[in-house]
Design a protein around this ligand. Structure first.
Ligand code: PHE
Ligand code: NA
Length: 447
């Protein structure tokens, strides 16, 4: 299949695949706990600013690069920089992106495994009758067991490998077209449930009444990292997906679709989680366990909670799967196009490496919990922080810089169908605001 010549069946297939990549654990697992750690509305505001001013231009830049190159991110950057008389060093952007995608997949799959585990727990009625401390014990128990984590991480990674081995341009459409609306409906139902807890107003002011005093360097870099993570930019993914894209698709309208969908789902996830947190006196700053120690309480209290819980975690696992597939694709495309391993062999080798790194990451929850020297974090947190806060923004910075300053400007505007005021806005964003924004955030964090 996709040897750089395979293409999406239609514009819709592409948009669905890109949305499937964007919408995932980042929205439902990561966004709420980062809001909780960042102190609510201040984080949300900076996050939204980063989405529009930085994430969106980077997304368009990555698709544009990918579509022009029609190869894996490494060879695409090599070809494009050569064709435009630019330095061969740009190939490093492709290489870095491909590596980051694979590294993210390693710990992403561990959390995908948590979703699978919770799917089974919900189905077997394990949430029934649990209160706050009961669900915490359930979550802690899972983390304490290396074998449980290994089993579900392996199951999740196995599913990812099985799909990527057959090529991503074919099979994703049906899954995304069916499951994404189902997930959206279920989240809407859970938001409605949140309005019955008596803590919905508190949630609204927690998420949207901004206390500007809380904004500092640490918050800003976390919010920017989350904006990159949630839009799947900086990891070679959107570049790789753009490579399977034909000339006719409008990048800007596709980008708006993906950005709006992703943002609505993330904000809704917050509206689901925080009423439960407040109603049960839980900690907003519970960290990566937040959704796993809040949602089961709600499911325990609902009439058909086991069913709702089962469906919810299953859909979450599927949303995670369509993101995981996209994370594996760039490195596999590179390996396939550069080696003789073939599609299946490349998927097994790269997927196997990610699986192994994931095992090291999951051990940091139990057997290997000592913080790593220098970084002071366990491996799971270190991989998460390093990729989101540093690598994704760095790669995104160079991608948007490349399109803004190193490609022929008239050609870019033509390709995006922009003229007049809209062209000026695009140029301001891609040439100035987005790159400077990344630099400013890095500086804010360091100073
Ligand atoms: N955007 C995905 C999510 O929100 C995660 C992801 C990050 C996917 C980077 C691809 C690349 O869950
Ligand atoms: Na996302």
């Amino acid at each position: 299949m996709s040897t750089g010549t395979a293409h999406w069946g239609s514009r819709l297939t592409f948009v669905l695949a890109a949305a499937g990549s964007a919408v995932g654990l980042g929205n439902i697992w990561k966004f709420p706990y980062m809001v909780g750690e960042g102190g609510g509305a201040a984080f949300v505001l900076v996050y939204l600013a980063c989405i529009v001013l930085i994430g969106m231009p980077v997304l368009v830049a990555e698709w544009l690069i990918g579509r022009r190159g029609q190869k894996n991110p490494v060879d695409t950057m090599r070809d494009l920089s050569a064709a435009n008389g630019r330095s061969g060093a740009w190939v490093l952007l492709g290489a870095s992106a491909v590596i980051v995608g694979a590294v993210i997949l390693s710990f992403y799959s561990v959390v995908g495994g948590w979703s699978l585990y919770y799917t089974v727990e919900a189905a077997t009625g394990a949430f029934a009758g649990l209160d706050g401390s009961g669900v915490e014990a359930l979550f802690e128990g899972m983390l304490a067991s290396p074998l449980t984590l290994l089993l579900w991480h392996s199951a999740f990674m196995g599913a990812t490998i099985a799909i990527v081995a057959r090529g991503v341009t074919g099979g994703l459409e049906a899954a995304v077209r069916l499951l994404m609306p189902a997930l959206a409906v279920l989240i809407a139902v859970l938001v409605l449930y949140g309005t019955t807890t008596g803590h919905f107003g508190e949630t609204l002011s927690y998420m949207f009444a901004v206390d500007f005093g809380r904004i500092d360097g640490g918050l800003v870099i976390a919010a920017m990292g989350q904006a990159f993570f949630t839009l799947s930019v900086g990891a070679g993914v959107m570049m790789a997906y753009g490579a399977y894209l034909g000339r006719e698709t409008s990048l800007l309208s596709a980008a708006w679709t993906v950005v709006i969908l992703d943002t609505v789902i993330a904000l809704s996830a917050g509206l689901v989680i925080f009423p439960i947190v407040f109603a049960n006196g839980l900690e907003t700053s519970a960290g990566p366990g937040l959704i796993f120690v809040t949602l089961p309480i709600a499911f325990a209290q609902m009439a058909v909670g086991s069913v709702v819980g089962f469906v919810f975690f299953l859909l979450l696992a599927f949303a995670a799967l369509t993101s995981a597939i996209s994370l594996l694709e760039p490195a596999v495309a590179f390996t396939e196009q550069r080696s003789r391993l073939g599609r299946i062999g490349s998927t097994l080798v790269i997927g196997g490496l990610c699986w192994a790194l994931g095992i090291a990451a999951l051990l940091s929850f139990n057997l290997w919990s000592a913080p790593l020297p220098l970084v002071g974090l366990g491996l799971f947190d270190a991989l998460d922080g390093l990729t989101s806060k540093i690598m994704l923004p760095l790669n995104g910075f160079f991608a948007v810089l490349f399109v803004g300053w190193f490609l022929n400007r008239r050609g870019v505007l033509e390709e995006l169908g922009l003229s007049g005021l809209r062209a000026k806005v695009w140029l301001a964003l891609s040439c100035v605001v987005a790159p400077l924004g990344v630099v400013a955030v890095f500086l804010a964090e360091m100073l």
